[in-house]
Design a binder for this molecule. Structure first.
Ligand SMILES: [Mn+2]
Length: 312
């Protein structure tokens, strides 16, 4: 059995070749899911860049990690994911993206999440954030190459190349039908169908669907959309969220992307939940949080969901 300790140790000790091989292994698995429409264990259905979650069991949701390995280790330990997945329990862990940059342990986070995907297949969903960008939308800071160079020395680009390719294979959204829509930043303001979500990556950059999914932020008072201070994506009001949730048949949007002081924040009249799962500079949020929810009995709204978050 893989323990959190063993997973951590392997991530810190990895050679550049092991790091590259794991990223490549995870990428191949994701492309296979996209091609066949299902994870190899049949637990997930996949349509383009959209993952459909199972209708039963528990869902563990992890927000931005940004190089904070300690928080990842805590979440895995506290949720018991490894032990429970290995015992065949119906448990799915979903990451909302933003794995690297800012914190010091981007290479180790990539190692661990790729290993989780390779070992547990359909029990693990790795979504794409704005720090797993398409080539024309690189965020600042983008420390990943520097951290890989520092850790691996001369051959660092072996791992970097594979990780950039992995980014392109990450799905951009997940749906628990009738319950939750999960993605990194925000809902596309012109979303007309589930297919728009599933194929957003194929229409980038001629349409802004993917950019909005990766970069947008909810606003409490806005009606419609406004330019974002981030310089990419948009600010979107509760009316935009409500319409998008109707289109995909979900009650609540669960997303990451924004640092929140308490680790979790319910907004937009209960339509939107923001999760932030890392600690330390440059944010110094008081708590980080992750979410544990039943996929059978959905929470009524984001306020109820927020109460089910585990703060640490
Ligand atoms: Mn982000």
């Amino acid at each position: 059995m893989v323990s959190v300790e063993e997973l951590s140790e392997a991530a810190f000790k990895a050679s550049v070749w092991e790091e590259a091989e794991l990223a490549e292994g995870a990428r191949r698995l994701l492309l296979e899911e996209r091609r066949t429409g299902r994870s190899k264990d049949g637990l997930l259905r996949v349509e383009g860049g959209l993952v459909r979650l199972p209708a039963q069991g528990e869902l563990i949701v992890v927000g931005d990690l940004h190089g904070d390995f300690e928080s990842l280790a805590f979440i895995l330990e506290d949720s018991g994911f490894l032990r429970r997945a290995e015992a065949g329990e119906e448990v799915t862990i979903l990451f909302l993206g933003d794995y690297g940059d800012r914190g010091p342990h981007s290479p180790e986070i990539y190692h661990a999440i790729c290993r989780l995907k390779v070992e547990f297949a359909g029990r693990v969903v790795l979504l794409r954030g704005n720090h797993e960008p398409p080539g024309d939308l690189t965020p600042i800071p983008f420390d990943l190459p520097y951290q890989l160079h520092e850790k691996f020395g001369e051959a660092w680009e072996e791992a970097y190349g594979r990780i950039l390719e992995l980014h392109e294979a990450l799905p951009q959204a997940a749906l628990a039908e009738g319950k939750y829509l999960l993605l990194h930043g925000g809902v596309p303001s012109k979303l007309k169908s589930i297919e728009d979500l599933a194929h957003a990556h194929e229409r980038h950059p001629s349409e802004s669907l993917l950019e909005e999914i990766l970069w947008s932020d909810p606003d409490e008072n806005l009606s419609g959309v406004a330019p974002s201070p981030r310089g990419a994506g948009l600010l979107f009001g509760p009316d935009v969220t409500r319409r998008a949730l109707e289109v995909v048949g979900a009650k609540t949007l669960i997303r990451g992307h924004e640092p929140v002081g308490e680790g979790v924040h319910a907004g937009q009249g209960g339509l939107t939940l923001t999760l932030f799962s890392r600690k330390g500079p440059p944010y110094f949020n008081r708590y980080a949080a992750y979410l544990k929810v039943s996929l059978e009995e959905p929470a009524k709204n984001a306020y109820q969901l927020a109460q089910q978050a585990v703060k640490f």
